[in-house]
Design a protein around this ligand. Structure first.
Ligand SMILES: *[C@@H]1O[C@H](CO)[C@@H](O)[C@H](O)[C@H]1NC(C)=O
Ligand SMILES: *[C@@H]1O[C@H](CO)[C@@H](O)[C@H](O)[C@H]1NC(C)=O
Length: 288
């Protein structure tokens, strides 16, 4: 009787040990919508595997490794994954292609070992994200009192999904100032150099930026459209500098070109004179 109790206790202990993977934090896996992801599985090479059971909420697939080099027997149980899953390498890591939103969630691999009668559990948490589209900016402004204009810029992204972090960067004269969050409130005084603002957004798989927005222009001309504000005018000061540089470069090139042009006739003349000299000199010896 005592021996049986010990055996039961031993079995319970083994079971507890075998399932110890349950308490370990699942491995976080980040994937891109409609692309592929691999859930890596590691199996100790010295252990013979009876089978591997992959599941996500419900049983997904069973892999029974083939004996002596024979191919494994794979049964995909969940119809949602049929044709989209493959099992890679000697450990049969799960690869899912053409990911959908519904594929996100917990996954588990249960590796049943033949000799020790134990199971190795590996848990995953799959998160699926979409690549972010270009951010859209909405501008609200209010002219308050003396030449002061309160501006609020709101950044948004269509179908952004979860875990999107927004920030605003204003390209100042000397330093770039960053503001956290999708809404930026700022003010602008008439006569001040207008700053240009760029919204940056990121999720775990992508980073995007809006076109620079020159918010001050809305205050200067309330009829201003956001299309125009995002283009050239705010960059006028920078643009002017660039233009000046280009002009200097062009003038420099022109000067070099003109100098070369004046040098060329001189060379030609010189050559011609030499030829004349030779011609004149040539008849000499034949006459003699
Ligand atoms: C990917 O899945 C979507 C539905 O989620 C389907 O419309 C599309 O045809 C699939 N693409 C490929 C290449 O299998
Ligand atoms: C503009 O913003 C300032 C603070 O930045 C605030 O004191 C003021 O009331 C605002 N004016 C309007 C019209 O919202």
């Amino acid at each position: 009787m005592g021996a049986l109790a010990w055996l039961v206790l031993l079995l319970l202990l083994l079971k507890a040990k075998g399932h110890s993977g349950d308490t370990v934090d699942p491995e976080e896996v980040v994937a891109v919508l409609q692309e592929s992801i691999r859930l890596p599985l590691e199996i100790p090479s010295d252990e013979e595997v009876e089978n591997i059971i992959w599941s996500s909420h419900r049983r997904l697939a069973t892999v029974v490794p083939g004996k002596k080099g024979n191919p494994a027997t794979i049964t995909v149980i969940s119809p949602r994954y049929r044709g989209r899953v493959s099992f890679l390498g000697s450990s049969y890591s799960l690869q899912i292609s053409n990911l959908s939103w519904e594929d996100a969630g917990p996954y588990q691999a249960q590796v049943n070992l033949r000799m020790s009668q134990m199971s190795i559990m590996q848990d995953y948490n799959l998160r699926v994200y979409r690549r972010l589209l270009e951010p859209q900016v909405t501008v609200n402004f209010e002219i308050s009192g003396k030449d002061v204009c309160n501006i609020s810029l709101t950044c948004s992204i269509e179908k952004a999904g979860m875990d999107v972090i927004y920030s605003w960067i204003s390209l100042g004269d000397s330093t770039d100032i960053a503001h956290e969050g999708p809404i930026l409130s700022t003010s602008w005084r008439l006569g001040e150099n207008p700053l240009s603002y760029t919204c940056r957004a990121s999720n775990p798989i992508s980073k995007v930026s809006s076109r620079p927005i020159c918010a001050g222009l809305f205050c200067a001309d309330p009829g201003f459209s956001s299309e125009m504000a995002s283009s050239t005018v705010c960059l006028l000061t920078k643009g002017l500098l660039l233009l000046l540089l280009l002009v200097i470069l062009a003038v420099g090139l022109w000067v070099v070109w003109v100098q070369k042009r004046y040098q060329m006739p001189k060379v030609k003349k010189l050559k011609r004179n030499r030829m004349k000299l030779r011609k004149k000199g040539k008849p000499g010896p034949s006459l003699a």
